[in-house]
Design a protein around this ligand. Structure first.
Ligand SMILES: Cc1cc2nc3c(=O)[nH]c(=O)nc-3n(C[C@H](O)[C@H](O)[C@H](O)COP(=O)(O)OP(=O)(O)OC[C@H]3O[C@@H](n4cnc5c(N)ncnc54)[C@H](O)[C@@H]3O)c2cc1C
Length: 381
């Protein structure tokens, strides 16, 4: 039986589900309020310099899931790319994530891995058993000096809040390496799609069973003609913000064009409060296999999202999920709709997790049809 499926959002969540269900023979309509596809992974070439730009912040593909790496590399050629982030703080340039180079440079020492481990343990506050927030977690793991230099002010700029109000889980694992590995991500599969992310989404939506409506927002009132909806827009927007707005951080990007090489690296974080921006991304360094004489940089400023802003990061404060829980309860009373993706489930999700969840959701949907079961409103919460 062919079903009519409505999908809100043409980012990875919407496009993967559209592709899977179209291949299974269903008729799909994808609604996207923006004038372009690819959601926040949208990339396109700068008309003047021809440099590939990531319009909603730099996106580096990284995963530990072999099946997801296989999935994306079937859709695009990926070039090797390792993100090696630098940090400006207290008038010096350091290597991030904090590693043996950073520790030795910061403490003006020549420690071996085991010496550094002991030293950092001596800096850490061992009296904290169960850290209640980000600040306590940082004190417990790395101590006051590294926290002040690399985390405190960056976190305040990024979240607009005292680290004492943010959940400890933001800094869950040991944020320090006791070797000289400066690969920003730990995952075994890392790379950059040779022509950016937009052609990947284009390919996913390129199916005779999929019709795409750009510049068109999907609302609850448009649900009736469809057998099922997958909604990857903001969950509070679906309910017309009737309980209030879920808080988000948004980003402002200040673009500059220069000649030559501006900062010699793709990403430099500004960890202290000498600058209001959190980082500068120089996008031609994300495609080191290309040659460009000029360069485009983006200074990134974080602030609270207003109703007209693009929502970037959900703000989940420690112990305060009551509004989200109310929306979740409201959503669970709905029929024939599944909320997906970073906005539909109000979580930060990397691209690999987004794709994996969208594939799982599609599979569950097809199985639910086969077994005549009800499709859940959430497949991932
Ligand atoms: C600054 C930043 C940097 C990031 N960097 C990385 C990175 O380096 N590596 C990585 O793996 N991940 C990264 N991510 C995460 C990545 O952006 C997400 O994994 C991805 O965008 C999630 O896809 P999605 O489809 O769920 O959401 P989105 O890409 O946000 O797509 C949702 C779509 O729904 C649309 N929509 C909204 N409302 C409606 C409506 N009412 N009707 C119809 N459509 C609607 C939106 O316009 C949007 O196009 C980053 C995220 C941010 C914020």
């Amino acid at each position: 039986m062919t079903l009519k499926i409505g999908i809100a959002g043409a980012g990875f969540s919407g496009a993967v589900i559209a592709n899977e269900l179209a291949k299974a023979g269903h008729q799909i309509t994808v609604y996207e309020p923006r004038q372009h596809i690819a959601g926040n992974c949208y990339s396109s070439r700068d008309s003047e310099s021809n440099i590939m730009q990531h319009h909603f912040g730099p996106h580096i593909f990284h995963t530990d899931k072999a099946h997801i790496w296989h999935y994306v590399t079937q859709l695009s050629q990926f070039m090797p790319f390792i993100n090696r982030v630098k940090a400006m703080t207290q008038g010096q340039v350091y290597s991030l994530p904090i590693n043996l180079h950073t520790i030795n440079q910061f403490f003006n020492a020549q420690m071996s891995p085991s010496e550094a481990k002991k030293f950092i343990a001596s800096q850490a506050e061992s009296s904290i058993q169960q850290p209640q927030n980000f600040e306590e977690q940082a004190h417990k793991l790395i101590g006051e000096q590294l926290y002040q230099a690399f985390f405190k002010h960056y976190t305040i700029k990024q979240w607009g809040r005292s680290p004492a109000t943010l959940p400890a889980c933001i800094l869950k694992r040991l944020p320090v390496r006791f070797n000289y590995d400066d690969n920003y991500f730990n995952h075994p599969f890392q790379g950059m799609p040779i022509e950016g992310y937009t052609p990947i989404i284009e390919k996913l939506l390129e199916h005779p069973n999929i019709s795409l409506k750009l510049n068109t927002s999907f609302s609850a009132a448009m649900k009736a003609p469809y057998d099922h909806i997958f909604f990857s827009g903001p969950i509070d927007a679906y309910f017309d913000f009737q309980l209030g707005r879920l808080p988000y951080r948004t980003l402002d990007f200040q673009k500059e064009t220069h000649e030559g090489d501006y900062q010699g690296n793709a990403v430099i974080n500004y960890c202290d409060n000498s600058q209001a921006f959190t980082r500068i991304s120089e996008h031609k360094h994300f495609t080191p296999w290309e040659t460009h004489s000029s360069t485009v940089i983006f200074k990134e400023y974080s602030r609270e999202a207003m109703p007209e802003d693009t929502p970037y990061y959900p703000v989940r404060l420690s112990g305060d999920n009551s509004l989200l829980n109310q929306y979740i309860e409201l959503a669970k009373k709905q029929e024939k709709i599944t909320f997906v993706g970073r906005l539909g489930t109000y979580r930060y999700l990397d691209m690999d997790v987004t794709i994996d969840e969208a594939l799982t959701t599609s599979k569950l949907f097809l199985e639910s049809l086969k077994n005549q079961q009800t499709m859940p409103v959430f497949t991932t919460l």
